[in-house]
Design a protein around this ligand. Structure first.
Ligand code: FES
Ligand SMILES: [Fe+2]
Length: 417
């Protein structure tokens, strides 16, 4: 991290107008990006993959975050583990494909091999004196809840438990451990990752940009939002009573601006996020028998939002590539026993969100291009309809400033000593 970047970022955040967008360097500057990855992003719990993507021991997926690469795998004991994808010999990447199955991990450079628990198993031609102990793959912290796998690149991650405790009951009825990925959409958006999240956290733009989405959902995702209409309030009351009888949690619950869960009904009698509102998959998730469960909206900043319905789930994962490019991965999940062509049709299942994602991509990219210009100045978020974006940027700024404060204080003390 560069000294002047730390000072510059600290100055800008300290002087930041509350609830206005960030200053230009936070969106476009590669030194700011490196600093942000180290002090902020890599310290957060990040949504990485679903448990159903690695169902059997030896299954693995590779997850790349900025310059980091992580192997997520299912151990022999059926647990989920994660390791840095960096060989302990001379540092080569070990897993080069996006996913696979292995009884042990073999580095392609000089064939050092590792057990699924990360221990170095075998080497060639290292001499009799070589001790394999102490050369295990570097572990990465993992948190699992309701079929979701999160990881944390920090050496001292905060507890995953509060998030797990808050959202687990919303997720378990949907049985995502026993789902499968019906389709994956991968977009490399030419926009800073925060603009992707900022765009997601408001629906100010929805009426003008999302015709497919707006015939299903409302512009708000909090039942207490001042924009909730009397008709929607009545619908909420009716559906909440039904869900209470089914024992399904629905209340809006959140923690410290960073994460929340809520179950909300769809409008217009729709059952699912399809163009005609009918289920996208006739075989429902888990052991569910009622198709009319609205969607659980699961948010965990800084990198995921989700819709978990009765018939399918849509997961969204955001990973920064660099200051000006972001990987956005969307997965549609259905029951693992659902049969394509019989229970679901992929094009019908994905239509609403694959269109919506392309529309959002253009919005984020145009936003990024405008911010790159010399006329860009920070602008105000609307309290009426951009509360989610305001909260995200407020949370991000507080987190980053908290990480920067002691560094700047230490520097000041060193200089005065
Ligand atoms: S770098 Fe992996 S075996 Fe040499
Ligand atoms: Fe959008």
């Amino acid at each position: 991290m560069k000294q002047n970047t730390i000072d510059h970022a600290h100055r800008l955040l300290t002087a930041r107008k509350p609830d206005w967008s960030l200053d230009q360097p936070f969106y476009v500057d590669s030194d700011f990006f490196d600093m942000e990855m180290e002090l902020f992003f890599n310290r957060q719990w990040l949504f990485a993959a679903m448990t159903c993507e690695i169902p059997t021991p030896g299954d693995w997926v590779r997850v790349d975050i900025g310059r980091e690469s992580i192997i997520l795998l299912r151990t022999k004991d059926g647990e989920i583990a994660a390791y840095h994808n960096t060989c302990r010999h001379r540092g080569s990447r070990i897993c080069l494909a996006e996913s696979g199955h292995a009884t042990r991990l073999v580095c392609p450079y000089h064939q050092w091999s590792y057990e699924l628990n990360g221990r170095l198993l075998r080497t060639r031609l290292m001499g009799d004196a070589f001790e394999k102990d102490g050369f295990s793959l570097a572990p990465v912290a993992v948190g699992v809840v309701g079929g979701y796998i999160f990881l944390n690149l920090s050496e001292n991650p905060p507890s995953f438990e509060p998030f797990r405790a808050l959202v687990e009951a919303y997720l378990l009825p949907h049985g995502l451990d026993n789902a499968k990925v019906a389709h994956t959409q991968t977009l490399v958006e030419k926009a800073n990752w925060k603009l992707v999240i900022e765009n997601n956290r408001e629906c100010y733009h929805c009426a003008g940009s999302h015709p497919e989405l707006m015939h299903i959902i409302t512009e708000f995702d909090d039942p207490n939002d001042p924009n909730v209409s009397p008709e929607y309030k009545a619908l909420l009351k009716k559906k909440d009573a039904e869900w209470d009888l089914l024992g399904l949690p629905h209340a809006h619950t959140e923690n410290n601006l960073q994460y929340r869960a809520v179950r909300l009904p769809f409008t217009g009698g729709m059952l699912s996020m399809t163009m005609d509102g009918k289920p996208g998959c006739t075989k429902l998730l888990g052991d569910l028998t009622n198709a009319d469960l609205g969607s659980v909206r699961l948010l965990h900043l800084p990198n995921t939002w989700n819709h978990i319905l009765a018939d399918h789930a849509v997961t969204f994962r955001v990973f920064p590539i660099n200051a000006e490019e972001t990987l956005v991965t969307t997965k549609w999940l259905v029951h693992k026993d659902a049969i394509e062509g019989v229970d679901y049709d992929v094009s019908r299942l994905i239509e609403v969100w694959s269109e919506t994602n392309q529309q959002d991509r253009k919005l984020a990219e145009n936003n990024h291009l405008g911010i790159r210009g010399r006329a860009y100045r920070s602008g105000p978020y609307s309290d009426v309809i951009e509360g989610g974006t305001r909260d995200f940027v407020r949370w991000y700024s507080e987190q980053l400033l908290t990480a920067l404060d002691p560094i700047v204080t230490d520097q000041a003390m060193e200089q005065s000593a």
